[in-house]
Design a protein around this ligand. Structure first.
Ligand code: NDP
Length: 328
């Protein structure tokens, strides 16, 4: 057995947390030979519910679950973290402007960035799920002095999975036959699920699905609006699929990417694809055998794609502008 990995999770008693913790403890995230320590972080009002979740974790008797700490203290919560999964954030309430939401959450992610820098392990990697996740990650990154920018990620993998599933259903193939699906930009309604570079059984999607009106219209809007459709159907926001997106993201960042393929995750841009350096934007990412990631170069963006990517990047610029005072 390997020595345990320490995973810190904020919002641990929330819906996504409830679906996520059991997957991590079961080995779905780090594999069947990797024990885990869970450091579960909640705000005070969530601590009682968190105790209930811990009772359930105990009742699973997971062989890989080495230790559990529950806390509302950030320093304690991020102590020794190899992975920090930042799931908790304040939901948008009626009448709240996006700028208000950015600022409320901005304060949270400022503190979390600092606490990660002060307490986490040297190899810490940070995945932000709590919305608005790209800009929350930007704030955490800019407040985590000494932690390299390439350790910060924001989740767009659920969007990628949704896009693959929609393309597979339309083409009458299995999800696993769809590759090279990239979500570009912001995890928001401006995100661009790039069907122009995606492939079905190695063939360009547009050669398999010839209905370009569907690809440019209904496909994109279905992926962009999928969260709202789930709320309408289930009466609650997506949680199990979001947790699965977290598991998939971490697995993709810790295992080599299949040759020629890529995955979607928002990273700190180096200026690639005309995306301002320093913004946290979703791009095609690949991971090598040593576990290093880079932005896949040379993906062609046609005029349609370029306009979509630019619109989403503009939204990220506007979000950055709204929180510029929090960026240290
Ligand atoms: P969820 O567990 O359902 O969601 C948590 C966050 O994930 C939200 O910001 C949500 O965004 C986001 N998210 C990202 N992608 C998705 C997706 N595809 N589907 C659904 N959500 C997505 O929220 P709960 O309210 O159940 O739980 C939040 C927990 O966080 C609570 O236990 C609360 O106590 C805690 N919390 C912690 C804070 C802190 O750490 N300081 C601050 C506030 C709350 P969206 O809202 O847009 O759906």
């Amino acid at each position: 057995m390997n020595p345990p990995i320490t995973v810190s999770i904020t919002g641990a008693a929330g819906q996504i947390g409830y679906a996520l913790l059991f997957r991590i403890a079961s080995g779905a995230m780090f594999g069947p030979d990797q024990p885990v320590n869970l450091r579960l972080i909640e705000i005070e009002p969530g601590m009682k519910a968190l105790q209930g979740v811990i009772m359930e974790l105990d009742d699973c008797a997971f062989p890989l679950l080495n230790d559990i700490v529950a806390t509302s203290d950030l320093d304690e919560g991020f102590k020794g973290a190899n992975w920090a999964l930042l799931v908790g954030s304040v939901p948008r309430k009626a009448g709240m402007e996006r700028a208000d939401l950015l600022n409320i959450n901005g304060q949270i992610f400022t503190g979390q960035g600092k606490a990660i820098a002060a307490n986490a392990a040297d190899d810490v990697r940070v995945l932000v799920v709590g919305n608005p996740c790209n800009t929350n990650a930007l704030i955490a990154m800019n407040n985590a002095e000494g932690v390299p920018n390439d350790r910060f990620f924001a989740m767009t993998r659920l969007d990628e999975n949704r896009a693959k599933s929609q393309l597979a259903a339309k083409a009458g193939v299995h999800n696993r036959d769809v590759s090279n699906m990239c979500i570009w930009g912001n995890h928001s309604a401006t995100q661009y699920p790039d069907f122009t570079n995606a492939k079905i059984n190695g063939q360009p999607v547009s050669e398999v699905i010839t209905d370009s009106g569907w690809l440019q219209g209904e496909f994109i809007s279905t992926v962009q609006q999928r969260g709202a459709a789930i709320i309408a159907a289930r009466g609650a926001s997506s949680a199990a699929s979001a947790a699965n997106g977290v598991v998939d993201t971490v697995r993709s960042l810790t295992t080599p990417t299949a040759a020629g393929d890529w995955t979607s995750v928002a990273v700190c841009s180096d200026g690639s694809y005309g995306i301002d350096a320093g913004l946290i934007a979703s791009m095609p990412i690949r991971v090598d055998a040593e576990g290093r990631w880079d932005i896949v170069p040379g993906v062609e963006l046609d005029e349609f794609s370029r306009a979509k990517v630019d619109a989403s990047v503009q939204e990220l610029r506007d979000e950055r502008e709204a929180v510029v005072s929090l960026l240290g």
